[in-house]
Design a protein around this ligand. Structure first.
Ligand code: XMP
Length: 326
């Protein structure tokens, strides 16, 4: 029988045995998975754990503050934020292929962590031990979809599994590797994390980088961030957070269409709303959102985000469509 208390006890014992008195580094992404994985490891070894949060510039509006303030307040974990926005933008310059984006983002992530590890080790020069362990919030569906679990075909290289570079110097602690999302949420609640974090929609590690179809630029990120914030606010206001699994907002940056906004003709970009209902992200159905909610989202985005002059709805289930567009 599945029981979140048992899983926590089991994992805590296992993590303690695995790492002894070693220091452990955790990659916080702002999402549920890494937040719960870190809280679980913190439960096991306290301040032997240091969390590193990389601002890769592909985050949604307000996400950095939520991690730096709300998550730290509720867990008491040690947190170091690395501002790597420029580095990621450089690395992604001119890149349009989805798999290439994922690999670059995954690779840069690990490199940034390795640098953070060296900095932290130098700081603790007294014991001078390199940090050998890295916590990752890998879930069972991530393992399966990256072809690591059951020999399934490689559909997408999830950045926390398939996108790792060959010269990885860490050994991984992946306490959620056998679990589905609802189980992870139950564990997070059991550990006392706030509902705002535990109930949060899944957000991919590569962030908004894989929700811009085309090259990732600062301007495009800024446009998508504003549209995404409006969609999320309206879905929450309509009380739909429990009903939808997630609702990616995707910017079709290389597509333009003619519109009429304000005083005249525009030639702007479409955004796609991709609301899905799912149990575990392995399959999904498109959510039949009420028309009035769709209308409000569409009106607000086209009024408040001048770069966007068209809002379209994705009505594809998974399969055949994946949840993310890249
Ligand atoms: P797809 O697009 O494959 O997504 O249907 C399934 C679920 O996984 C999330 N996703 C990711 N999560 N790293 C993550 O941690 C990734 O690289 C990644 N790619 C997709 C996606 O948001 C959905 O919930």
């Amino acid at each position: 029988d599945w029981d979140s208390g048992n899983i926590i006890e089991e994992q805590v014992a296992r993590i303690r045995e695995q790492v002894g008195s070693d220091k452990v580094l955790c990659a916080l992404s702002g999402g549920v998975d890494s937040a719960v994985a870190a809280a679980l490891v913190h439960e096991a070894i306290g301040d032997q754990l240091v969390c590193v949060f990389v601002d890769h510039g592909l985050l949604r509006q307000d996400e950095r503050r939520q991690v730096e303030e709300d998550y730290v307040a509720s867990t008491g974990v040690r947190l170091v934020t690395v501002d790597a926005r420029e580095r990621f933008m450089q690395a992604l310059k001119g890149v349009t292929d989805p798999e290439e984006k994922r690999k670059i983002i995954g690779r840069e992530f690990i490199r940034v962590f390795e640098q953070a590890e060296r900095d932290l080790a130098a700081e603790a020069a007294a014991d001078g031990e390199p940090i050998r362990w890295l916590v990752q919030g890998t879930l069972y569906p991530d393992v399966v979809e990256s072809g690591g679990g059951t020999g399934a075909a490689n559909i997408k290289s999830h950045h926390n599994v398939g996108g790792l570079p060959d010269d990885l110097q860490f050994q991984l602690i992946e306490p959620l590797r056998a679990l589905f999302k609802d189980e992870v949420r139950a564990i997070g609640r059991e550990l006392g994390l706030p509902e705002a974090i535990v109930g949060r929609q899944p957000f991919p590690g590569p962030g908004l980088g894989i929700r811009i179809i085309g090259e990732v630029t600062e301007e495009r990120l800024d446009t998508l961030r504003r549209a995404d914030a409006i969609a999320r606010a309206e879905l929450s206001a309509a009380g739909l957070d429990g009903e939808i699994w997630q609702c990616p907002v995707v910017l079709l940056a290389d597509v333009r269409s003619v519109g009429v906004q304000g005083d005249g003709r525009t030639y702007g970009h479409p955004v796609v709303l991709r609301p899905v209902s799912s149990e575990d992200a392995m399959t999904a159905d498109w959510t039949r959102l009420p028309y009035d909610v769709l209308a409000r989202i569409s009106n607000r985005i086209t009024n408040e985000v001048p770069e966007v002059n068209r809002v379209v709805l994705d009505v594809t289930s998974k399969p055949p469509g994946t949840i993310e567009w890249e």
